[in-house]
Design a protein around this ligand. Sequence first.
Ligand code: GUN
Length: 289
Amino acid sequence: MILLDGKLTSEKIKEEIKIQVQEIVKYGGRPPHLAAVLVGNDGASLTYVGSKVRSCEKVGFKSTLIHLDENISEEELISEINKLNDNKKIDGYIVQLPLPKHINEEKILMMVNPEKDVDGFHPFNFGKMAQNMDSFIPATPYGIIELIDRYGIETEGKNTVVIGRSNIVGRPISILMSNKSKPGNSTVTLVHSRTPNISSFTKKADIVIVALGIPNFLKSDMIKKDSVVIDVGITRVEDKTKVRGYKIVGDVDFKSVKNKVSHITPVPGGVGPMTIAMLLKNTLKARKK
Ligand code: GUN
């Protein structure tokens, strides 16, 4: 069994990005600048955004955190978005999701200038991705593709089963895996919460990508021997033995599944760190444009 080490791979990617930033600066250019909009104080979102900002510093980017009150009105948030769209010194920005219930997420994401949409959530970028055109690819699926690529996993002609149909992971990764590209060229089945007998699909899969948000969902009796398993789950589960009071649990029952697979991502240390690295990669791309 080969562990797909997202932590190590993401460190390598960040090193590569850092060298490119140094080149830009050496020739008198401005370093890339990423902004993050965070509304409210959701614990997980605070952690993710903090991590994204720290990673920016590591690679020599400039970063700005726009932390807004939970009760901000939709109009006020739109005004902040417009400021970011107009700010020539900001190359890319993200609006951390989820947003509070009183704000229409779809409306906000539509306001993001597609040229600064380093999360790749705007339908303009999503549509381009779906047509295999150059675009900003959402960081998590992009991270999965990069991990598969760097570990030399063959995807062409393979049966890939994606579990979950979110706009952030399931849907885009299913498109990328079927695109005419490398990695890609896979025969993809997208299953979800309304699919009866998910096992009947996963048992036939060469590659299983789980993005469901249900801890330990995928068990060893649901997969084929020597398959590749990618775990996108990051659920916080109470753990009183930890100082922070919780542990991060994936969607795969790692203990049993690991003995049956050819490759598997751990949680934590798999897809999670790759997401941040790919966000930085998208920001560097925005800066170069
Ligand atoms: N919430 C969970 N994942 C993500 C992500 O990749 N980007 C943003 N903006 N919000 C998220």
